[in-house]
Design a protein around this ligand. Structure first.
Ligand SMILES: Cc1cc2nc3c(=O)[nH]c(=O)nc-3n(C[C@H](O)[C@H](O)[C@H](O)COP(=O)(O)OP(=O)(O)OC[C@H]3O[C@@H](n4cnc5c(N)ncnc54)[C@H](O)[C@@H]3O)c2cc1C
Length: 488
């Protein structure tokens, strides 16, 4: 089959690209699992957007500051300037953000934002509401339960996408290909991400010799309920702290103020690192105290979290919720220009969490990623629409693809533990080197392609982390290596 555009991923970035492309184009959207199994669907807190024209420069400044001034200023300006237009387009098309009793938008506040500029929908189910809304607007062919396992290039042009569907391999060709495959969550043994998010396209990009940037910048969310089975854990939205939830230890001490004057509202990386350090040093546990809400108010404002905690047997809001940081978001990704074109290619684009536009710097400002997905996917669609299509001849794609090998499952679990222990919240050079050696050894073994893609992406994270010798934002080297000794 030949398409004008193949879009890999059905989260906010993929769906919004598809919706913004001209109706005349033949477009295919591919999703690895059911379409809702993506990080967009699980997003809770909301979407950050300037609440007035005067707020735009403040949003820019907050984004730069949270990112430790490591971000690309031009990309940040695009994000904050163009964000209101795309949020307004959603509203004009019928999307409903939560409003207060007077009918005004019920903006909330999250950590490191200097104003209330987070719009949310259905309480703490913003992502689900957005995903359903965008899916309803989609007017193109969507192939689900289909995994992209390879791309084919002729020079700097991508000309084929290899699909794995119901045990069969099939190649399709396209004039343009958009990567919207999300982040890297499943590389870690404790994370908040959808099960589909395993860095496949990062690995494929590395195989093709494409550049990935800021891969050492991995964000760990501070407040995650990590008990229960499985690697995916229940996130406790930043909006909880924004609206007054407190982080305490076993002695009821609000210890975060010892680390940063803003306490619970310090940038995400600071809060995660502080919880990690305090609990290790003081041999204590951390909790989220949500007792400021009544049961009815909590259930109304945070229905998903309320339900999840009831299921887990935590009697919120009366009982504090046991928390730990967990892997959450990749600031780094496949390097693109400001129109989302992958550097070094002519017709390959990337948008959303898979892409590195530079907007997040060394630490993403809370709720900026849904906005990034909207803004940069629109730029990708505009860029594709403005170019004269160069039709690529259909090459013969008969490369054998050995996807799985005996032993891959165990190796995948080992890799996850390596990444969590050594490329986690606080790192040491010794730990990163140890992990890199082990990953190199695993790459020398016979593995299936899917594990190999995870290994390549992990190697890139570890190598880029080793290349950064100072702590910056989410990349935190242990001031006192003893903090990590228990894990080495
Ligand atoms: C629990 C949670 C809460 C969050 N809350 C917020 C929030 O409140 N505000 C905010 O701004 N951000 C939030 N985030 C981050 C935000 O949700 C994500 O960064 C954003 O949704 C990413 O969108 P995306 O379109 O790039 O990727 P995703 O929504 O993750 O979609 C990726 C898509 O790619 C597909 N895919 C992956 N690999 C392949 C493959 N090999 N072949 C085919 N398809 C593939 C997947 O199936 C999926 O359809 C949250 C994240 C999580 C996990």
């Amino acid at each position: 089959m030949h398409y004008d555009v193949v879009i890999i991923g059905a989260g906010i970035a993929g769906l919004h690209t598809a919706i913004r492309l001209p109706k005349s184009m033949k477009v295919l959207v591919v999703s690895k699992d059911y379409p809702w199994e993506c990080n967009t669907f699980y997003a809770q807190g909301g979407v950050a957007v300037a609440n007035s024209p005067e707020d735009i420069p403040l949003h820019i400044a907050d984004t730069q500051k949270a990112g430790c001034y490591h971000g690309n200023k031009e990309a940040i300006e695009i994000l904050c300037n163009e964000g209101p237009k795309w949020i307004q387009a959603l509203i004009d098309n019928g999307f409903e953000f939560d409003k207060d009793s007077k009918g005004n938008f019920n903006y909330t506040k999250e950590a490191a934002h200097s104003s209330r500029r987070i719009l949310h929908a259905n309480g703490d189910a913003t992502g689900r509401a957005l995903h359903v809304f965008l899916m309803n607007q989609l007017n193109t062919h969507l192939l689900y339960n289909t995994q992209v396992v390879d791309l084919s290039f002729t020079g700097s042009r991508v000309n084929g996408v290899c699909l794995y569907h119901k045990g069969e391999i099939e190649w399709v060709s396209a004039n343009s290909v958009v990567l919207a495959s999300g982040g890297v969550g499943s590389l870690y043994s404790i994370h908040t991400n959808a099960r589909t998010i395993s860095a496949d396209l990062h690995g494929i990009a590395l195989e093709a010799g494409l550049e990935l940037k800021d891969m050492e910048m991995m964000q760990f969310h501070p407040t995650v309920y990590i008990q229960g089975k499985g690697v995916r854990k229940q996130l406790l939205s930043e909006a909880l702290r924004g609206e007054g939830a407190k982080v305490i230890d076993e002695n009821n001490e609000r210890f975060l103020f010892k680390f940063h004057p803003d306490g619970e509202l310090a940038p995400r990386s600071v809060v995660s690192q502080s919880i990690f350090e305090h609990c290790h040093k003081q041999k204590t546990k951390a909790y989220l105290d949500v007792s400021k809400w009544s049961k009815a108010d909590f259930a109304k404002r945070f229905p998903s979290i309320y339900f999840a905690m009831q299921e887990a047997g935590v009697d919120v809001p009366k009982e504090p919720i046991p928390i730990s940081p967990a892997f959450h978001y990749a600031m780094g990704g496949i390097a693109t220009d400001l129109d989302g074109r992958v550097l070094g290619t002519k017709n390959l684009y990337a948008a959303g969490e898979v892409a590195h536009t530079g907007v997040h710097g060394a630490n993403r400002l809370a709720s900026n990623s849904l906005l990034e997905g909207l803004v940069f996917s629109a730029r990708v669609a505009a860029s594709i629409a403005s170019k004269e299509a160069t039709s690529i001849g259909f090459a013969s794609f008969n490369r054998p693809v050995n996807l799985k090998q005996d032993g891959d499952k165990d190796a995948k679990e080992r890799l996850r533990k390596l990444m969590w222990n050594y490329a986690g919240i606080i790192r040491t050079t010794k730990g990163l080197e140890e992990a890199l050696n082990q990953v190199e050894d695993m790459l020398k073994c016979r593995t299936g392609k899917l594990l190999r893609l995870r290994l390549l992406a992990s190697r890139e994270i570890l190598s880029q982390a080793l290349s950064r010798h100072e702590s910056l934002g989410a990349h935190q080297l242990a001031a006192h290596p003893s903090i990590c000794e228990g894990k080495l």
